[in-house]
Write a protein that binds this ligand. Structure first.
Ligand code: DX5
Ligand code: ZN
Length: 220
């Protein structure tokens, strides 16, 4: 099974993002956390930043919208060139319609769920999506501890993806390091977002390789 390592630039040096992107050239995608200080109690950046980042990296951008009213704002990120646009189930009014609009623009459509949100209501909608993001911390901040009780959702998703014969990436985000990535891979994830463990650990390429090796050995 192919695993993907998507470093989150939330923990990068915002004053030197071009240089920080250079440190993660061996990653699969760049995870871009968009926060609006409403859906989550933190504020990062918006659509213009996505456009600027894409100009200085050849890697595809994996945009994670932690914002209210994604029905209104998410398509702009697809138009800005994001490879994937993931919005939160808790914030969307019509998740299926929004996913279709994102795909029409040419982006992969992603659905994210917070740790306390059940995944069962969405299992029948999976054909509408290209990826599902199971948050393994409460969204808003980097550097938090992995919430293990989210893992059964990955089992349900993996089972549903296999049963329905779908090709959907199952992503985890929050508190991913060399130990927790094994737990998440065993639970069924194939795409791993890592902020602090990539950017705060010295040589980012070494960290990415270590995460990739640990995930590859346990993904199924
Ligand atoms: C949290 C963000 C994550 C965050 C992960 O709301 O969605 O992408 O950057 O950071 P770490 O890996 O430090 O938990
Ligand atoms: Zn994220």
């Amino acid at each position: 099974m192919t695993v993907r390592i998507n470093p989150s630039i939330l923990t990068a040096d915002f004053a030197n993002l071009e240089r920080e992107l250079g440190r993660i050239a061996t990653a699969d995608l760049v995870h871009v956390d968009v926060m609006d200080n409403h859906f989550v109690p933190n504020l990062t950046f918006g659509q213009r930043m996505v456009e600027s980042l894409q100009r200085v990296t050849p890697l595809p951008l994996d945009v994670h919208l932690m914002i209210d009213d994604p029905d209104r704002w998410a398509p702009g990120y697809a138009e800005a060139g994001a490879y994937s646009v993931t919005f939160h189930a808790e914030a969307a009014t019509d998740a299926v319609d929004l996913a279709r609009r994102l795909r029409d623009i040419g982006a992969r459509a992603g659905l994210a769920v917070k740790p306390g949100t059940r995944i069962e209501p969405y299992l029948d909608l999976l054909p509408e999506f290209d990826q599902v993001l199971v948050m393994t911390v409460e969204p808003g901040f980097g550097g938090q501890s992995f919430i293990r009780s989210t893992m059964p959702k990955l089992g349900l998703l993996r089972e549903a993806v296999t049963r329905q014969g779908l090709d959907i990436w199952l992503q985890v985000d929050g508190g991913i390091n060399e130990e927790t990535i094994v737990t998440a891979a065993e639970a069924g994830a194939d795409t791993f977002v890592a902020g602090s463990s990539v950017f705060n650990g010295g040589d980012a390429a070494v960290q990415i390789a270590a995460l990739r090796a640990a995930a590859s050995a346990h993904a199924h």
